[in-house]
Ligand binder design. Sequence first.
Ligand code: FMN
Length: 387
Amino acid sequence: MPIITNIDDLKRLHKRRAPKMFFDYAESGSWTEQTFRENTSDFDKIRFRQRVAVDMTNRTTKGSLLGTDYEMPVALAPVGLTGMQNADGEIKAARAAEKFGVPYCLSTMSICSIEDIRQNTSAPFWFQLYVMRDEDFVDNIIQRAKNAGCSALVITVDLQILGQRHKDLKNGLTAPPKLTPKTLLNLSTKWSWGLEMLGTHRRTFRNIVGHAKSVENMSSLHSWTAEQFDPALNWETIAKLKENWGGKVIIKGILDPEDAKEAVKAGADAIIVSNHGGRQLDGALSSIRMLPKIVEAVGGQIEIHLDSGIRSGQDVLKALAMGADGVMIGRAYIYGLGAMGEKGVTTALDIIQKELDTTMALCGKRNISDIDRDILLVPEDFEGRWT
Ligand SMILES: Cc1cc2nc3c(=O)[nH]c(=O)nc-3n(C[C@H](O)[C@H](O)[C@H](O)COP(=O)(O)O)c2cc1C
């Protein structure tokens, strides 16, 4: 077993262990992947101010999100098909999150269902909703999330239509994989993945199959999802969903100050500044670049979380210092899961916490609540002049 010291090590192992179509599904952005690349490279442009001779004893990374205290203000983002990266992946990720003390968010497009997570964990988790045309399905899944005691509904608003990721088309992505000569050849090199997958019955979209009209098996599911994401989604629908849910609502996929203001009007408790990890609008600016303007527009009115591009505890600290109240990580924990299952997710969280803690200390800070813009050196033209 190689010595794992950073998130990139987990990514290399994930690539080796998971079938190509699923690793590629995670490791891709839409079209040219410009936004996907800039999500990470823009973090690199921000630097830290080293401070010395500050008492660094009694440090903590603890922070709160939506009124609940966590080990650090970092949540696991909703990621579709997580249970294809590693058998029962959503259950493993949710367990790792619970043991570590951070929130887990389950995707609508997960392999394990809301009920699977409820039965296999005890901490409340967040549920991410894709708004579908089938209103009965939406009402029903909201009720299922309520029954499972989910503590927040995360409504994703940046995927009314699907961004094109070339690799998924070229690989013929399906869950479970269709056994073509090409995939069989690749699967023949992924024994441990295959054996674990044979050991579980959770191999399809269990939030959907059996719950949506006319989706009883995989073949009908594909046409259903292509037809079902609701292109008519608007702020009125979102306000109604908030009413129907009756609890905390987080709006995910905000990248513009005007939309952030709309989210406040619609009654959101928090927003996630996000471009879906560069998987939707290629050519959009990175989340970290857009963050300051969004903080200026709605900061103090609701919580502002950020995702897209976070690969280290240093990135977490940069986002917090730029004004985010919390962050979500997507690929950073998926690499861990694909590499080593639950243990890999825990390793990813450990790495991020250690990097966050050490960097905080070397910047002269002991508490998350003390983090501010002052610890950073940001290029004057970081946000850019766009007209
Ligand atoms: C493989 C993959 C699948 C995703 N599936 C979903 C999803 O089902 N629902 C959702 O709201 N976001 C989804 N996202 C976006 C993530 O929630 C998150 O916004 C993104 O991963 C953050 O960027 P990062 O991966 O650079 O951390 C997905 C992202 C990835 C990489």
